[in-house]
Design a protein around this ligand. Structure first.
Ligand code: DQA
Length: 150
């Protein structure tokens, strides 16, 4: 049982800055700011500090992973379209070694065939998708549970 404050890094990939406006029938009406605020609040209730970043650039997401490697006890990542082809993010996740949960708002297996493949998943402890913004909140709860139990 791990006690004390846990640190969680949340990374959002490209186009997620437009959540709320971007294809709301698929991604929902909740904005990224609202998701981030809820994640921080949920974290506080569970003695965890949550830091959230969004970038439209692959290299910036990777830089954040390295920057927060020592700080983070666990990582939540929605790599967005990078899910389907970024071997660079996959490799970076292997380097940082922190437990990772992959998150998707939509159920990627229910959509176009090219979305069915995630090159990121093999570097992750688990995947949660298809529950809109709740996918992130479930991921945070489950990740904290796992980290506490370690
Ligand atoms: C997404 C699914 C991806 O296929 C897509 O490119 C995204 C968002 C999701 O959260 O459902 O940008 O990761």
């Amino acid at each position: 049982m791990k006690t004390g404050t846990l640190h969680i890094l949340v990374l959002h990939g490209p186009n997620l800055n437009f959540l709320g406006q971007r294809e709301p029938e698929i991604y929902g009406k909740t904005t990224l700011d609202e998701i981030n605020r809820t994640l921080v609040e949920l974290g506080k209730k569970r003695e965890a500090e949550v830091k959230c970043f969004q970038s439209n650039h692959e290299g910036q997401l990777i830089d954040r992973l390295y920057e927060y490697r020592q700080w983070a006890n666990g990582i939540i990542i929605n790599p967005a379209a990078f899910t389907h082809y970024s071997l660079a993010i996959y490799d970076a996740l292997l380097v940082v070694e922190n437990p990772v949960v992959e998150v998707h708002l939509s159920n990627i297996f229910k959509r176009e065939e090219w979305r069915h493949k995630s090159v990121i998943s093999p570097a992750c402890m688990g995947i949660i998708g298809g529950f809109g913004a709740d996918s992130y909140f479930m991921a945070l709860r489950e990740l904290l549970k796992k980290l506490r139990d370690e």
